[in-house]
Ligand binder design. Structure first.
Ligand code: HEC
Length: 706
C-alpha cells in the first residue's frame, strides 16, 4: 500500500467519524459507475436499484427478503422528503450505494441520501411553464437513467440532459425535438451500449413519433428511427418506412400521424436488440388521419431495432389502424418461459387495448394473446394471422361506440412486476368505459387537443340513474396473471382505476400505492392484504426496494396526478377525494418517522355569479370547454384534486377571466393564453357554461345541507 493511499484512508475514516451522521452509513456519490455489465449482473448487487426496471428485462422483482411476509407488520415510515411542487409524481427512483436519484414534476432531478432522505443536490432544467400546454397528461416525469457517473433526464420541453452524478452539474444538454411542434418528454431514458435512447409524446396534438439514440459520453446524435412515414415526396428516412407508407392513405403527414414512443423501451443483451413501444395515431380518428383505412404502421406496435444503428429488425402490431388511443407504449418484460412445452425467449406486454401479448423476442412471432380485462373492440386475436378480430361497430366513423377499455387503457404506464420463480405477472389493471364519438367539425387547433373524437359527447351523463350506472362500471384492480396459461389466478379489487405501479420481492411481498391514498403490502402468493400506510395523497408511481449497511428499505413517490385526475372529472373521484401532497416515502423495519397531521379539506366555494348565458351560448361553451380546457380542468369542469376546479374560481366574477385566458397572466404556472385559438366571445361562452356548472354544484350543496 502506498503512503498516499494510507493517508487517504486515514482522512476518510476521520471524516466518517466527525461527520454528523457517524452512525449512519454514508452515501457514495462516486459509485454511479453503472455499466451494461453491472446491469446484466444486477442480481450480484441486489442492494442497488440500478436501472428503471431494476434489470434490463424490466421485471421489477427484487431478490431482497429481509422485509418479508412474516415481519412486514413491523415496517414503519423511516424518512420522507417533501417536494415543493404539486403536480403528479410518476418516477421510479434509481438507488446506488446509498444514493437515490429521482425526478419530480417539471423534469426536476434530485439526488438524496437513501438512508436519511437528506438532499445532496438538485437540478432544475427550468422547463418554461407555458410548455405544459403541450402535455396531454400532466407535467410528469418517469425517472432518470444512470451510467458511468452520469445521470440522464429527458425534459418536458424536449431536451436530453446529462448531469454529473456527483454534483448535479450539466455535462451536456441537447434538444431532441423541433421546438415549433408540441412534443414533450415524460419517459425515462434508457442507456445501453454507450447510447442513451429517448422518445417523446405529443400524439394528442399532431406530431410524428420517433426514437433517437445519443452518444452517452458526448450527447451527439447517433441515429433516429421514425415510427410513421413522412411525406413520400420528400423520400424516406429508412427503407422500412417505404413499406410502412403503403399502409397509410391521404395526407397523414400533414396531421403528424402520431406513433410516439413516450414510455417503454427494453434492451435485450441476449439478442442485442432494442424494443420500442409505439403509441396511438394522431389524430385518434382514423377516418380523418388515414381516410380509407389501412394498418397505419407502426402505430400501436412493438418494434425491434438494432441498438447500434437503429436498423429495423421486426415488428408486431397490436391494434392495426388504431383509433381508440390504444398505445403499445406499455412496459415490455423479457423473460424465458416454457410455452407449449418449449423454452422461449419471450417479450410480454399488456398494452392499453386489453390483450396480454407474448411474443418470441428473436422473430417477433406472436405466441399467444388473451384478454386480461374487459375489451369489446375485438372478440379475440386470430393466431393464424396474428390480427385482432374486430367488432366493426367499434370504428366510430359515423356512430358513437361505447368502448372497453377507454383511452386510459386496461393498463397504462404504471409498472407491472414479474416474479421469475412463480412466473406470475402482476398487472395494475383497470376497466373504464368511454363513448368514442366522431368530431364532425374537426380542424387543427393550437393550443388544444386534436383528436377527431368529441370529448363533450363522452361526458358524464347528467341524469342521476345513468350517472350511477356509469360510475358503477368504473373499476380498477391488481391482476395476478399467469402468462403461460394466459389466465388470471386472482385479483385484488380496488374502488377505482389509476392505481400505482407494482413491485414484488423474494420476501413474497407485493407492494402498491393506490388512488385512494394508501400504500399497501400484499402477500404476492394470494393477494392477502398484510400492511398499509395512509399516504395523505393518491399514489400512481411504482415502489422500489434497496438496502444500505445491511438494512432493507422500501421507497415510493407519492403524489396524485397524471392524465386521469386532470381529464376525467367525476370519474376520477371514484376512489374517493384525494389531493396532491408530493413526497418520497421510505420505509424500513422499525421505522419511526411521522408525517405532519393532515386532513382532506374542501376548497372554499364562493357564491358563483348569476349566469347570463342563453342555452345556445351554453351549448357552444360546453363544446369549446371540452375541446380546449377539459384535458386539464376535467370533464364537465369537475376537478379531481390536482388543478383548479373552475367552478370554484373567483375569476368567473370579473375580467380576470380574460386576463388569464387571453392575457396569459398565469402562463408561468402552466396556464397559457388561448388567444391564438379562441376569441373573447368564445371564452365568454365557456365562462357562461362554467357558471352554469357552478350553479348546479351550488344547488346540490344546498340540498345536501338540508
Ligand atoms: C394544459 C393544461 C391547461 C389547459 C388546457 C387549460 N388550463 Fe386553465 N389552468 C391550468 C393550470 C395549471 C392552472 C393553475 C395556474 C396557477 O396555479 O396559477 C389553470 C388555471 C386556470 C384559471 C384560474 C383558476 C383559479 O385559480 O381561479 C382559469 C380561469 C383557467 N385556468 C381557465 C381555463 C380555460 C377557460 C381553459 C380552456 C380555454 C383552460 N384553463 C385550459 C392549466 C390548463
Amino acid at each position: 500500500m502506498t503512503l498516499y493511499r494510507n493517508i487517504m484512508i486515514i482522512l476518510l475514516i476521520t471524516l466518517g467519524i466527525t461527520g454528523c451522521n457517524a452512525e449512519k452509513p454514508q452515501e457514495n456519490l462516486s459509485a454511479a459507475t453503472v455499466s451494461d455489465q453491472r446491469i446484466i449482473n444486477a442480481d450480484h448487487e441486489p442492494q442497488n436499484w440500478l436501472a428503471h426496471g431494476r434489470t434490463f428485462d424490466q421485471q421489477r422483482y427484487s431478490p431482497l427478503d429481509q422485509i418479508n411476509v412474516k415481519n412486514i407488520k413491523d415496517i414503519g415510515l423511516d424518512w420522507h422528503f417533501d417536494f415543493d411542487t404539486h403536480r403528479g409524481l410518476e418516477a421510479t427512483p434509481i438507488v446506488i450505494n446509498g444514493v437515490m436519484y429521482v425526478t419530480g414534476s417539471w423534469s426536476r432531478v434530485y439526488a438524496l441520501n437513501a438512508v436519511t432522505g437528506r438532499l445532496l443536490w438538485e437540478y432544475d432544467p427550468k422547463v418554461p411553464g407555458k410548455w405544459a400546454v403541450n402535455a396531454c397528461c400532466d407535467v410528469v416525469n418517469r425517472g432518470v437513467a444512470v451510467w458511468q457517473g452520469k445521470v440522464y433526464v429527458g425534459t418536458l420541453d424536449g431536451r436530453l440532459i446529462a448531469l454529473d452524478a456527483k454534483t448535479g452539474k450539466v455535462i451536456w444538454d441537447v434538444m431532441t425535438i423541433d421546438k415549433k411542434l408540441p412534443y414533450t418528454i415524460t419517459g425515462a431514458p434508457l442507456v445501453a451500449r454507450g447510447k442513451v435512447f429517448i422518445g417523446n409524446g405529443g400524439a394528442e396534438f399532431g406530431v410524428r413519433g420517433y426514437v433517437s439514440a445519443y452518444d452517452a459520453l458526448t450527447g451527439k446524435m447517433v441515429w433516429r428511427f421514425f415510427t410513421v412515414p413522412g411525406d413520400p415526396k420528400k423520400g424516406f428516412e429508412a427503407p422500412i418506412l417505404e413499406k410502412a407508407a403503403k399502409t397509410w392513405h391521404g395526407e397523414w403527414w400533414k396531421l403528424g400521424g402520431g406513433g410516439t414512443v413516450w414510455d417503454s423501451m427494453t434492451y435485450d443483451p441476449d439478442l442485442d436488440q432494442l424494443y420500442i413501444g409505439v403509441g396511438n395515431g394522431s389524430p385518434w380518428n382514423q377516418a380523418i388521419r388515414s381516410p380509407g383505412g389501412g394498418d397505419n404502421l407502426f402505430l400501436s406496435s412493438i418494434v425491434a431495432l438494432k441498438p447500434d444503428s437503429g436498423k429495423y429488425v421486426w415488428h408486431y402490431q397490436t391494434t392495426p389502424g388504431e383509433m381508440w388511443d390504444y398505445t403499445a407504449t406499455q412496459q415490455m418484460i423479457s423473460a424465458d418461459l416454457k410455452i407449449n412445452g418449449k423454452m422461449r425467449k419471450v417479450l410480454m406486454q399488456a398494452p392499453k387495448n386489453g390483450f396480454f401479448y407474448i411474443l418470441d423476442r428473436k422473430t417477433g412471432a406472436l405466441l399467444s394473446a388473451k384478454k386480461y380485462v374487459k375489451a369489446n373492440w375485438a372478440s379475440h386475436v386470430d393466431m393464424a394471422t396474428g390480427r385482432p378480430v374486430e367488432n366493426p361497430k367499434a370504428r366510430y366513423y359515423d356512430n358513437p361506440w361505447l368502448a372497453f377499455p377507454n383511452p386510459l387503457g386496461g393498463h397504462n404506464w404504471q409498472s407491472m412486476s414479474y416474479n421469475p420463480n412463480s412466473h406470475i405477472v402482476y398487472i395494475p389493471a383497470q376497466e373504464v368505459p368511454f363513448l368514442y364519438a366522431p368530431d364532425k367539425n374537426f380542424k387543427v387547433v393550437h393550443p388544444g387537443v386534436n383528436l377527431g373524437a368529441d370529448l363533450a359527447a363522452a361526458s358524464m351523463p347528467d341524469d342521476k340513474t345513468a350517472k350511477r350506472q356509469v360510475m358503477a362500471m368504473i373499476k380498477g384492480h391488481i391482476s395476478a396473471w399467469d402468462p403461460v396459461q394466459q389466465k388470471e389466478l386472482w385479483r385484488v379489487q380496488h374502488p377505482g382505476p389509476w392505481n400505482g405501479g407494482l413491485l414484488n420481492t423474494k420476501g413474497n411481498l407485493l407492494f402498491q400505492g393506490n388512488a385512494a391514498g394508501t400504500f399497501v403490502a400484499y402477500d404476492s402468493r394470494n393477494g392477502e392484504k398484510l400492511w398499509s400506510f395512509p399516504a395523505q395523497t393518491g399514489i400512481i408511481a411504482a415502489p422500489v426496494t434497496y438496502s444500505v449497511g445491511g438494512e432493507q428499505y422500501v421507497s415510493i413517490l407519492a403524489g396524485w396526478g397524471g392524465v386521469f385526475p386532470l381529464l376525467a372529472g367525476e370519474a376520477a373521484l371514484k376512489s374517493g377525494k384525494v389531493s396532491n401532497n408530493s413526497r418520497i416515502l421510505t420505509f424500513k423495519l422499525g421505522g419511526r418517522d411521522k408525517l405532519p397531521p393532515w386532513k382532506y379539506t374542501e376548497a372554499y366555494f364562493p357564491q358563483p355569479p348569476a349566469g347570463t348565458g342563453n342555452p345556445k351560448q351554453i351549448a357552444t361553451g360546453n363544446g369549446l370547454f371540452h375541446h380546449f380546457c377539459s384535458s386539464c380542468h376535467g370533464d364537465k369542469a369537475v376537478s379531481a384534486g390536482v388543478l383548479p376546479d373552475l367552478r370554484y374560481s373567483s375569476a368567473l366574477q370579473d375580467d380576470r377571466w380574460f386576463d388569464i385566458t387571453l392575457g396569459g397572466i398565469l402562463k408561468d404556472n402552466g396556464m397559457v393564453s388561448f388567444k391564438t385559438a379562441l376569441n373573447k366571445k368564445q371564452l365568454e361562452a365557456i365562462r357562461q357554461y362554467i357558471i352554469l356548472r357552478a350553479q348546479i354544484l351550488k344547488r346540490s350543496k344546498e340540498s345536501n345541507n338540508k
